[in-house]
Structures are given as C-alpha cells and as structure tokens.
Design a protein around this ligand. Structure first.
Ligand code: LP5
Ligand code: MN
Length: 244
C-alpha cells in the first residue's frame, strides 16, 4: 500500500567551511522543508571531502551532524549514501547524525514504486581513470591504511587529490564525465526496470530510458554550488524543486 507522505532526495551539497552559502541553505532546508517529510535521502557528496570520522571534532562538521539529528525529533527517517567525496563517512558520523546507511546502488519501494538509488559515479564507466581510482579507494585495506595516517596528513592528501582531480577534469570531454547509457540500461535491467534517482554529474534533469520495452524514469539531482535543489516524491510521482 503506498503511504500518504512524501520523501525528499538531495545530493552533491559539497558542504565545506569555504562555501558558507550552501551551508546556510542546507540548514534552512532541514528546518523548513525536510521536517515535513517522511524521509530524507542524501545520495552522496554531502561534504566537499571527508577524510575520516575523527574530523567530526571540527565544529563545522559537528554542527551539520547535529542539524541532521534534529530530524529525528520530527519523525523524519534519514538515509545517507556515500559519494566519491565522502566515501569515508563512517559509523560515528551516522550515529551522530541519526542516519541509516544506504548501499550504492539500493533498490527501495518508494511510496509504492520500485526506485533505484545511486550516487551516480559508478555509472560513469567511460571515465576509465576515475573508475580505476574508485576501485582503489573503495578497497577496505586501502581505507584502513589511509585512516591510520594522522588527520593533518589526510587533509593534505585530500587537498592534493582535489587539485589533481580538477586538473584532470579540465582535460576530459564532458561526455566522458556523464553516465554511460549502457551502464544505466544494465542497472535498470538488473533491478527489474525501476525508476532511477542519482546525483554526481551535476546535470539536473528528468530522462526516460526505454529498456527492453520498459520506459524507466531517471532523475538527476542538482548540486548546491549555485543555490540548491531537491527532488520530492510521493505516490503520484516526483517533482524537482529549487531553493532560493
Ligand atoms: O568530485 P568531482 O566531481 O570533482 O570529480 C570526480 C572525480 N574525482 C574524484 C576525486 C575527488 O574529487 C576527491 C575526493 C576527496 C576525498 C577525500 C578522502 C580520500 C582522500 C584520498 C587521498 C589519496 O572523485 C573525477 C571524475 C569526475 O568526478 C567526473 O565523474 O572525472 O575523477 C578524477 O579526476 C580522478 C582522476 O582521473 C584519477 C586520479 C588518480 C589519483 C591518483 C592518486 C593521487 C593521490 C594524491 C594524493 C597525495
Ligand atoms: Mn560526486
């Protein structure tokens, strides 16, 4: 039975002390919009970079976790998925935020409609250099070795990596950094032709993919660099909304 409430989806907020505007918008969104929902799904890249849960001691990070934890008082379920910037978000952060982890991809029943949730980076299969990098940093042994380094060193490594990433992106064609149509079709086929919601590419849109005779909706969430936006879904369907 579809429920009467609604759910919200956001991704790619890239929160950091260097971008106070997104942080202000996010706090307003949590207070004025998210508190009315049944559930809030954060589909990756809540943070610009996350180098380990010991960085929760930074007041900027702690305040975000506390603002998220407020949702529990309003009965809003909170689900968080890793992005390529914050794949090291761990149990300590989730506990502080009162959030449940979401694997990537994850199929859910969204108000009666099967819906596949993903960050989106794994669908960018044409970006071979990124996929090789992703495989390396998602390896538990690599993560344990990285997390064993002092916090200050991890922050410097993340900064160096961000600079390298920006440099490499400027030499990559836009098409390479978008999702691959075959990867999308394969994911939809493997999960029974659901609706798909993802972020990462920062190209907000509603697409329809015809896969094996099934018309599947694909919603791409916006980033929060220039204003924010979210997807609102209920039993009738989804709608993309912007914030000022
Ligand atoms: O994030 P976005 O959209 O700008 O770019 C992504 C891909 N880049 C990344 C890297 C992140 O931006 C940085 C994440 C910081 C996380 C901090 C915790 C872990 C620290 C680990 C320290 C080693 O995901 C980019 C894609 C783009 O999306 C579009 O899909 O193209 O991919 C790249 O640019 C990756 C490069 O092509 C390959 C990088 C090889 C790096 C080799 C290791 C270098 C280590 C340097 C540190 C000393
Ligand atoms: Mn991303």
């Amino acid at each position: 039975m579809p429920s009467a409430g609604h759910s919200l989806f956001i991704a790619d907020l890239h929160l950091s002390p260097a971008l106070p505007r997104a942080n202000i918008l996010f706090k307003q969104f949590l207070r004025d919009v998210a508190t009315r929902a049944e559930a809030l799904y954060i589909l990756g890249d809540l943070f610009e970079a996350w180098v380990g849960d010991d960085d929760l001691d930074l007041p900027f990070h702690l305040k975000i976790a506390q603002a998220l934890a407020e949702l529990q008082r309003h009965g809003v379920r909170l689900h968080i998925m890793h992005g390529n910037r914050d794949f090291l978000l761990g149990e300590r952060f989730l506990r502080a935020a009162g959030a449940m982890p979401l694997s990537d991809p994850r199929l859910i029943d969204l108000h009666g409609q099967p819906t596949l949730l993903a960050h989106g980076d794994a669908l960018c299969t044409d970006d071979l250099k990124y996929q090789a990098f992703r495989q390396q940093v998602r390896d538990p042994a690599w993560q344990a070795a990285f997390l064993a380094k002092p916090l200050a060193e991890r922050r410097l490594m993340a900064q160096a990596l961000r600079e390298q990433s920006e440099q490499e992106k400027s030499g990559k064609a836009m098409a390479i950094m978008d999702v691959n149509a075959d990867a999308v079709a394969e994911a939809l086929r493997a999960h029974g032709y659901p609706r798909l919601i993802h972020g990462h590419t920062h190209r907000p849109a509603r697409h329809v993919h015809e896969v094996d005779g099934h018309a599947c909706e694909r919603w791409v969430l916006p980033d929060w660099y220039e204003g924010g936006g979210y997807l609102r879904c209920d039993a009738q369907g989804c709608a993309a909304l912007t914030l000022d």
